[in-house]
Design a protein around this ligand. Structure first.
Ligand code: ZN
Length: 368
């Protein structure tokens, strides 16, 4: 996520903090002072927010560490003013696993809440029958907040945790894309209600409504995109008409080919070898030219990229491309060398054509 900084790495997962989160701390500090309170009280206010976000981080680690048990990597955890976001590399398609990952977050808050109840029970001044005795008590406020976090996240507003549980439950009976669409629609409906409540009461709800509304739409689109590739081999979507470059070619040769046709990324071969040795992406070419490295060869300016085989699944290759950042993957058939190329562009075009053909109408799914 842009505008965020890494503040720690815990069990291999980077924890990032978003710039707007710092803004929230400054605002809390300022509003205490503006309300006529002392600097100490303002710092206490900031401290309470930091402890709340400590609980939010633990909540996200609940998701991340459960995901890890199912072999799903978490790219990072980012703290935003409205809460935390754990970015999982993928979502397990087994509904049971998604439910476990989703419930692990609120479960962490319930564990923290029970620990705080234990702490409070050792404080003689706490009288559970007298709410006034709890008002200024920090553990009591954190207890309340953790209960709210647990309950609030269980609201079935996809992509919040409760919404993920709803999607997974629907996915046990419906195709995955349909389940996601229904969960996203329910989520957006609830977001509208949040938004209305936010307008008349808590402005924080307005932000959350926006987050849920946009998030639900985005995730439904991503799932739809993935389903387009479902069960389709690379051979059906690859470009067959392409040029290759030799690793010893000068960059000027690449410029020539780039200007001559509509190919932007080139597989690099070495002599008569059948396997490609790399890929020269248009961005590699432009970077080399911009830095004045005109005399380097194609092999020096290019990069290492995976190769794919015609029978590989498009979905897997697409995922690998997104992870590695390679914009193009040569398709290699044993004994025949490079037979095609998959590029982000042509995958996008393929997806558009498939959608237009209506492969995604409900009932046309081949995976449940
Ligand atoms: Zn959560």
């Amino acid at each position: 996520m842009r505008w965020s900084w890494k503040i720690a790495t815990v069990s291999g997962i980077p924890v990032r903090i978003h710039a707007t989160f710092l803004l929230l701390l400054v605002w809390i500090f300022g509003s205490h002072l503006a309300g006529g309170q002392s600097v100490t009280q303002a710092l206490e206010g900031v401290g309470l927010i930091l402890s709340i976000f400590g609980c939010v981080v633990l909540h996200e680690f609940g998701h991340a560490l459960t995901a890890k048990r199912f072999g799903v990597v978490t790219r990072d955890i980012t703290l935003l003013p409205i809460g935390g976001v754990a970015r999982l590399e993928r979502i397990p398609e087994k509904p049971g696993q998604e439910i476990a990952i989703a419930l692990a977050g609120p479960a962490v808050n319930l564990v923290i809440a029970s620990a705080l109840i234990a702490v409070l029970s050792f404080q003689p001044q706490v009288d559970w029958n007298n709410p006034a005795s709890l008002e200024q008590n920090v553990p009591a406020r954190l207890l309340l907040i953790n209960l709210v976090l647990a309950i609030f996240n269980l609201v079935p507003a996809f992509p919040m945790d409760g919404g993920r549980v709803l999607r997974a439950l629907l996915a046990t009976r419906l195709p995955y894309v349909r389940a996601t669409q229904i969960a996203a629609n329910v989520g957006q409906g609830i977001a509208l209600v949040f938004g209305l409540l936010g307008l008349f009461g808590n402005p924080m709800l307005l932000f959350i409504a926006l987050f849920v509304f946009i998030g639900a739409g985005q995730e439904a689109a991503a799932v739809q995109m993935r389903s387009v590739f479902d069960g389709i081999p690379v051979s059906r979507a690859m470009v067959r008409d392409f040029r290759t470059l030799d690793s010893r070619d000068p960059l000027s040769r690449a410029v020539e080919l780039l200007l001559a046709g509509n190919q932007q990324d080139f597989p690099i071969v070495s002599g008569s070898a059948e396997e490609p040795v790399g890929v020269l992406a248009r961005s590699d070419l432009l970077t080399a030219l911009a830095s004045g490295r005109i005399d380097v060869t194609v092999g020096e300016a290019g990069r290492n990229c995976d190769v794919a085989h015609p029978s590989d699944m498009l979905e897997d290759v697409f995922r690998r491309m997104q992870q590695s950042g390679c914009p193009a993957v040569p398709v290699v058939e044993s004994g025949r060398g490079i037979v095609g190329m998959v590029t982000l562009e042509n995958v996008g075009e393929f997806a558009m054509v498939q959608s237009a053909l209506g492969k995604n109408r409900p009932g046309h799914q081949n995976k449940a």
